[in-house]
Design a protein. Sequence first.
Length: 531
Amino acid sequence: MTSELLSVENLNILFQRDSQNTYAVQDLSFDIHTGETLAIVGESGSGKSISALACLGLLADSAIVTGSIHWNSQTQIKSKAPDLSEIRGSEAGIIFQEPMTSLNPLHTIKKQIGEAIRLHQKLDKARVRHRILELLDRVGIPNAKNRLESYPHQLSGGQRQRVMIAMALANHPKLLIADEPTTALDVTIEAQIIDLLQDIQRETGMAMLFISHDLGVVRQLADRVIVMKNGKIVEQGSKTQIFNKPKADYTKSLVEAKLNIRREALDKPEDVILEARNITVKFPIRKGFLQRISGFVPAVIDASFQLHPSESLGIVGESGSGKSTLARALTKLVTHTGHIYFKGDAVTSTYSALLKPYRRAVQIVFQDPFGSLSPRLSVGEIIAEGPKAHVDFDGDGYSLQQRVTDVLEEVGLEADFQDRYPHEFSGGQRQRIAIARALILKPEVIIFDEPTSALDVTVQKQIIELLLNLQQRHGLSYIFISHDISLIGTICHTMFVMKDGEIVEMGSVQKILDTPSDAYTQTLINAANRK
């Protein structure tokens, strides 16, 4: 009989605002035992993450918590417990959902992981460094020795997520609370992380509370599954029962929520709307007190492609392959060599004012909507920023407020949302806000950097269907950047695969998925097929 590590009984979490009580979680009860994995699944805003934070007393002071949470059948965890440091980080590790906001931007990853180790283990400096390198190697950070002095902003989204995983595993926890730990990871690294977590469980008997919207990952890892909706348990049971014989209609909708789309081949017109020729991006390596440049790291190497009107082009590759850097080069947000052509005209200026017409026509939706939306501005102010910046923008005679209202409704949000702030919305809603911000300028090309990676399966399907409808309605051209080759396969006409900054394969989606010519492409396809 395995021992009980964590016991939650009748947990209720509510927030008070304007004298009104809003329940985030109601009557949640579960147990986790040594060596087992309990998964909590549900759509964005269902109460998954907030329940996990409550398990370690990490909720904000505004949260009102009732019920009981017991650790090792002894310690009762309260929402405002004065000192749980002996449990947090040592007995129980946690991987937070947003690595960019969870990591300190002022400290190197060596300092941050080292701090987590030194708080709970009496190791000298050399042994701490050895442990840091061991952790970074194990979670798949390439060239770990060269990354020790890197800051979070110098890493890709997937690399930041792996650093968070390394910190959570640093002190050999008995329980790992993993909140969307594979969200930003490409399929090959995701498979490695799943194997890593399972290996650690076998070696140490570590238990896991695994929170995810990715049912493919849950199917591989979980022993038991809890399905939540609107803060309540809809259904719970063994993995086999939940996936093979779901009882609740909502559970059935989650299990069946797959994109069964395969884009028909596009009759490409002769016109090319956007072309990249020999784009190369290199980042300087700075060393010493004066931070002199000692060399360069190539992020994108000699990338060339064409995008046609109304075409969807997919860019696939692992974290750090250069996908997002290429997107930033296309939008003139990083310095590059090579040439960009829009409708046959060279985009040569580096002066912001002269780039305005191009940037209005070629918009980008960034990977992390929570990080790219200003927390100080209301949704209406965020969406209106673009038209205000482009004073020559033709609004067809409509007032700015009316255009904001119209675009919100077009992306499936209510008009009165414009008076609220980004933190008041779920991940899927924030992604729609980011799309509305790009759409209001009536662009001809939109670049989407991992537009659905942080979304649950039902919302992911809704967002993709929204984007396809918008494309058809407005004749838009899309560039989709994703680590999920199966997703690209359902929504794009053509695609190319990147590895270590280079394009290793390019062609139609059907050709690449059915008869890949590059070994790395085949590896991506095989990893995606594991789910």
